[in-house]
Design a binder for this molecule. Structure first.
Ligand code: ZN
Ligand code: ZN
Ligand code: ZN
Length: 371
């Protein structure tokens, strides 16, 4: 029985494409370690451990998985088994880097995935007698543009996290701690169809002013603006990520006004998304609305990040990124405003670029929800 999220033909096509892209980039071989790239190419993440597990591929190379024998059964249950890829297993005491060299043959230029531990990068380079390069530009190509099956999974993740946000008002109230609210949210993330909770941010009052605040034992007070940024992975491994801003009781007028500007900034960025537009133009669309309202300084981060088998991946919707958007790219649009010591707000939806605009995968209401 297959545990793969997609038919094995999908993985065969991804492997072929990665080899072609490697050839275009003049790389003779690519070594992919455990992590999101391996999950994308083979359907399993693999374990990041001191024992080398790696997929070796490249133009003219038969894709080969180098794996500790104790992990062999697990690897066989992935696309490796269904596609009949070559497997080179090894036991403690043997040299796994020699197996990599056997798979590649004579090579001059070799790239590695972002997530291959340095612990393995150095000996792979030594054994192959080459200086190792990053295969990021090759590996990101496949992952950045989602196919129809992947978009179905991202939609599934989007609906699941929307269902959680719709339940948040039932848990958020004065007198409870952020941690208590976060525990209810985490349980709901799984109940609503995720296989795992990836993160739960509940930033109440001044804690909301720190974009990287997670949770604390702070007791939520009447009048608090609360940032709730949550996500999980659905069974296929694709992620959700959505932020809404809530207010306990009634917001003060100035906070309500600023949050209204934020909602317009988020909408302006969503409206700017279409094929042919650059990532930085989408970022600028949000930034401009905030700047015109005098809130430019309060926006402390990029507008968004790609999403797929990892929560943060390319394309990054950020100043200086001239990458041109293509149909099928999926990323967040999440401008925020932060007032140190006071409060913060962020609105985040995942969008997928369509032929003439984008599809929004999160539909929970944007407005400040009073609880
Ligand atoms: Zn971050
Ligand atoms: Zn988020
Ligand atoms: Zn995000």
């Amino acid at each position: 029985m297959s545990t793969l999220p997609f038919p094995s033909s999908v993985y065969a096509a991804r492997l072929d494409r990665a080899s072609d892209l490697a050839a275009d980039a003049d790389l003779d071989a690519i070594v992919v370690g455990p992590g999101p790239d391996l999950q994308y190419l083979l359907g399993v993440e693999g374990d990041t451990i001191e024992r080398l597990t790696a997929l070796v591929l490249g133009p003219g190379i038969r894709p080969t998985v180098v794996v500790p024998r104790m992990e062999l059964a697990k690897v066989r249950s992935t696309a490796v088994g269904e596609l009949g890829l070559a497997v080179a297993d090894w036991v403690d005491g043997e040299d796994p880097y020699a197996l990599v060299a056997e798979a590649t043959g004579q090579v001059a230029r070799v790239g590695v995935s972002d997530a291959l531990p340095a612990l393995h990068v150095v000996p792979v380079g030594d054994r192959l007698g080459v200086s190792i390069e990053l295969a990021t530009p090759v590996l990101r190509e496949g992952r950045m543009v989602k196919d129809a099956e992947e978009i179905v999974e991202l939609r599934r993740a989007g609906s699941a996290i929307d269902a959680v946000h719709l339940r948040v008002p039932g848990w958020l109230r004065a007198g409870r701690t952020e941690r208590e609210v976060a525990a209810d949210i985490a349980a709901a993330i799984v109940e609503e169809g995720h296989r795992s909770v990836e993160f739960v941010i509940v930033g109440s009052g001044p804690n909301g002013a720190d974009p990287h605040h997670e949770v604390s034992d702070r007791i939520i007070e009447d009048g608090d603006v609360v940032v709730v940024d949550i996500g999980g992975a659905v069974p296929s491994g694709y992620n959700s990520d959505s932020t809404r801003t809530y207010v306990v009781g009634a917001p003060d007028d100035e906070a309500a006004r600023r949050i209204d500007v934020l909602i317009r900034a988020q909408q302006a960025a969503v409206d700017a998304v279409r094929p042919g537009v650059s990532a930085e133009q989408v970022d600028a669309a949000a930034r401009q609305v905030l700047a015109e309202a005098g809130l430019g300084e309060a926006f402390l981060h990029r507008t968004g990040h790609g999403i797929g088998v990892s929560v943060h991946e390319e394309p990054y919707i950020a100043p200086g990124n001239d990458l041109v958007l293509r149909e099928g790219m999926a990323f967040s649009i999440e401008p925020g405003i932060y007032f140190a010591g006071e409060w913060g707000a962020r609105i985040e939806d995942i969008v997928v670029v369509t032929s003439d605009g984008c599809e929004r995968l999160n539909t929970a209401p944007h407005g400040l929800t009073a609880v």
